[in-house]
Design a protein around this ligand. Structure first.
Ligand SMILES: [Zn+2]
Length: 331
């Protein structure tokens, strides 16, 4: 089980594939569905074990109790937390919930300390809003709202502790603003004519993405041009307006490709060779599997790269000159 160090650590222990986890990839995350387990006193890990072992045709991405935030299905895979065929999700978001949302479950009751569990639950919703560029007012929805005929969660558990849905959303917005520095997602979309710190952070992300604009906090024609170009490049609707999807795409950490500084050739192996292979793959040069073995295929890929530059000898040996050309090609 690995953990990520944030205010509340997020643990990941994925269940095996089966009825509960198909492995199918989730599309763009358009919203979060908030649940409670409806099974008082069961902990996050007990729920995980249940889904892992029993594999019912249902699941959720994340279970939260008073000690743990536990992701049991990767956030880029589909979980089955809302019944297909209800209409409210399509009416609101144009998609079935399971195909476009993250399902989050609150564990409560029994010996679970509600305040501790609820604080984590609120925090995790803010974390997801920040990560996926979601607006808490519009893009967090209770299961009871999607499927009112069958479900009462999570307000059923909230109400036992005197908390309303509106209070919950207010708390998420507060945490989002205070801890993730984001009145950000709250005021999306932004467009030409807008200004402020959100515009500035969008401009900074555009600069990181390679656009030449200034981060002056004013959404002018140059920023609009850059947004359109960014959207086009990323398969988004090129309308020049930064909504949740564009915002989320802009906030994706850019993958970096570190490269070793020594000389590597046929027969070399290890982590530095893996780095070279990853970079070659990124450059579309088919180095074979990323196995850390500098074999004939990797050498051929290096040679192919070298053949693009007259200053490089086409010898299939990776060294300082090849490295510097690769680094600039990766920019
Ligand atoms: Zn539910």
């Amino acid at each position: 089980m690995e953990s990520e160090r944030v205010k509340y650590p997020i643990s990941r222990s994925y269940i095996r594939t089966g009825n509960s986890r198909s492995g199918r990839k989730l599309g763009t995350v358009l919203f979060i569905v908030s649940h409670d387990t409806g099974n008082p006193g069961t902990s996050a890990s007990q729920n995980r074990n249940y889904f892992n072992n029993q594999q019912p045709s249902a699941s959720a991405h994340t279970f939260i109790d008073d000690k743990t935030i536990l992701e049991i299905i990767p956030l880029d895979e589909v979980a089955f937390h809302v019944q297909y065929g209800i209409t409210e999700d399509n009416r609101r978001y144009g998609a079935n919930a399971n195909d476009a949302s993250i399902g989050v479950e609150l564990c409560y009751g029994g010996s679970i300390n509600f305040q501790q569990a609820y604080s984590r639950y609120v925090w995790y919703h803010a974390y997801l809003c920040s990560r996926f560029g979601l607006n808490p007012d519009k893009q967090i929805i209770g299961h009871y709202t999607l499927d009112p005929a069958r479900r009462t969660d999570p307000i059923n558990s909230f109400s036992q502790y005197g908390i309303s849905w509106a209070q919950f959303i207010r708390s998420v917005k507060q945490v989002l603003a205070e801890e993730f520095g984001a009145p950000a997602a709250d005021t999306l979309p932004v467009r030409e004519g807008d200004s402020g710190s959100l515009v500035k952070s969008i401009q900074q992300n555009l600069i990181t993405a390679g656009f030449t604009i200034s981060a002056d906090g004013v959404f002018g024609p140059a920023t609009e041009q850059a947004v359109r170009a960014f959207q086009q490049k990323n398969g988004l609707t090129a309308d020049g307006i930064v909504g949740p999807q564009t915002y989320s795409a802009l906030n994706k950490p850019k993958q970096s490709y570190p490269l070793p500084s020594g000389v590597y050739r046929l027969g070399a192996s290890g982590e530095p060779v893996k780095q070279i292979q990853r970079a070659l793959q990124k450059l579309g040069l088919k180095p074979g599997s990323i196995d850390g073995e500098y074999g004939p295929q990797t050498a051929a890929a290096v040679r192919k790269f070298q053949s693009r530059y007259s200053a490089l000898a086409d010898d299939g040996v990776y060294g300082p000159s090849t490295r510097s050309y690769m680094l600039s090609a990766l920019k």
